[in-house]
Write a protein that binds this ligand. Structure first.
Ligand SMILES: [Zn+2]
Length: 79
């Protein structure tokens, strides 16, 4: 079958994508996958702050001296 351009599979869900002419979310199959990919980039680009880590901070200015050591005032991360 020639004359029909093949589209690469969606990089997110690996499903076949619609023809590019009809697919405004190319190279993804749908907006959902495009959003998922965008979310991946956003997560990788932004630093994810710990839950309420700032609210429990006692020192407004972080000291570079204890940067390599855990703050004794804060408990270690637990599940
Ligand atoms: Zn997809």
């Amino acid at each position: 079958m020639s004359g029909q351009s093949k589209t690469p599979p969606c990089p997110i869900c690996t499903k076949p994508t619609p023809p590019k002419a009809l697919n405004r979310f190319a190279p993804f199959c749908s907006r959902r996958c495009a959003d998922l990919d965008l979310g991946k980039w956003l997560k990788g680009g932004y630093a994810i702050p710990g839950p309420e880590a700032e609210s429990t901070s006692k020192n407004p200015l972080p000291s570079p001296a204890n940067d390599h050591f855990a703050d004794p005032g804060q408990p270690p991360e637990e599940e």
